[in-house]
Design a protein around this ligand. Structure first.
Ligand SMILES: *Cc1c(COP(=O)(O)O)cnc(C)c1O
Length: 406
């Protein structure tokens, strides 16, 4: 056996192990189950129900006027697109670098995704956005803050306002984050969030939708399946807003239930503390990886209020075989990296060219960036010491491959 490999550090943590649901949340869930009142509108006299409370609390946290809790993040995006009036054949702009639920939400309303290039900062390319806004005839941008990277939102809104483009934000990876202290999801017309297990608060599945626009929220509430019970909502527009929309908005059931809301409320209260823990872990790894020859960390702008629940790094101009060797080397030592340049989609990672229900599009800049992009989840079950070990392993593997190929 090679002596070097014997002395190598390995990591034994689990990249998909989330923290347990807090005991108070478990108790709240048990209380809902004991009551038998799991449906959001099945409330007892004098009780608004867990879902209505969650909506109020999330509206308060984000500073939004209105909030609706729904079945998933994908559902939230679909409801926003429908409320805005996107229909069959309409073009919808979106990031070329995102995950499958985003183009999927566009396809679910029979609209057509138009993908925009990504920059080295992993945010949407403004030049390509302006060009495609003009050339495609799209009236809506479904902006994905993919892996938590938030673009210059002031500039983005200027571009979209000037082009008459409505912005819907996919904040699946930015709940608790923001741009210049404005919560992520509050620049566009709608903000959409996910409460799925791999996001920032965990109810297995679930989603949230926020807006300041009364009519838009009335439509979204009707869409979610409120029947004529919308007056039970506590973070909703005045009931007369519904008069205009209630007979013409279809019920596309996608409500959240009281059980999930009960699990989420205590987690939402903990979110700022969790964000601080994520960021401490993120910054530890980022610092230890910085200045690794051949590896580039993604520099985060000062204006960005990050949530470091995952970290990305670039190995620019490294041959595919060498990147595969880094991924394999890390994996052998317990560190799970996802490579966005892989020829076939694996696990949660797929690329714009894997979404073949959309017309084929060419994004050469995005291809170049994704070819060298590595991605790693950071569950809060990892300690700062774990972070140091992980960074040491990645650094070591990158340096070894580099030594072998230079
Ligand atoms: C998870 C995710 C969503 C929403 O997902 P759901 O599983 O439907 O809650 C949206 N966008 C991105 C980028 C995601 O990763």
């Amino acid at each position: 056996m090679n002596l070097h490999s014997m002395t190598k550090t390995n990591f034994t943590g689990n990249f998909t192990q989330q923290e347990p649901i807090p005991e108070v949340a478990i108790a709240a869930a048990v209380a809902v189950m004991r009551s038998g009142r799991l449906h959001r509108y099945n409330t007892a006299e004098g009780d608004d129900g867990e879902v209505a409370h969650l909506e109020q609390e999330f509206a308060e946290l984000t500073g939004a006027k209105y909030c609706l809790a729904v079945a998933s993040g994908g559902y939230a995006m679909g409801a926003a697109l429908r409320a805005v009036g996107v229909g069959p054949g309409d073009k919808v702009l979106s990031n070329g670098f995102t995950l499958a639920p985003v183009p999927g939400a566009i396809a679910a309303v029979n609209a057509v995704p138009v993908f925009v290039e990504v920059t080295q900062s992993l945010t949407i390319d403004f030049e390509d956005l302006a060009a495609k806004a003009a050339s495609s005839g799209a009236k809506v941008l479904l902006l994905s803050h993919m892996r938590g990277h938030i673009c210059d939102m002031d500039r983005l809104m200027q571009i979209c306002d000037a082009a008459g483009i409505v912005v819907i934000e996919d904040c699946a990876h930015t709940m608790g984050g923001g741009w210049r202290d404005v919560a992520s999801g509050r620049h566009g017309l709608f903000g959409c969030y996910s409460t799925q297990t791999y996001k920032h608060i965990n109810s297995g599945e679930g989603g949230l939708l926020v807006t300041d626009d009364a009519e838009m929220m009335a439509k979204a509430i009707m869409l979610s399946g409120s029947y004529m019970l919308y007056s039970r909502h506590k973070a909703a527009p005045p009931v007369d807003t519904f008069e205009k929309v209630k007979y013409v908005t279809p019920n596309v059931s996608g409500r959240m239930d009281n059980l999930r809301a009960a699990i989420l409320r205590p987690q939402l209260a903990d979110l700022p503390a969790q964000v601080a823990r994520w960021n401490a872990l993120y910054r530890t790894i980022e610092e230890d990886l910085r200045n690794t020859p051949g590896l580039q960390v993604i520099e985060r702008p000062e204006e960005e209020n990050i949530v470091g629940s995952s970290i990305q790094m670039l190995l620019p101009d490294v041959a595919p075989a060498a990147i595969e060797a880094v991924v394999e080397g890390c994996k052998a030592r317990g560190v799970e990296l996802k490579w966005f340049g892989a020829p076939v989609p694996l696990a949660f990672t797929s690329r714009y060219d894997s979404w073949r229900y959309a017309p084929a599009q060419s994004l050469p800049q995005t291809d170049r960036i994704l070819a060298g992009l590595l991605d790693m989840r950071l569950p809060l079950t990892f300690s700062l010491e774990d972070g140091r070990v992980i960074a040491e392993i990645i650094r070591d593997e990158v340096l070894q491959i580099r030594a072998a190929t230079h």
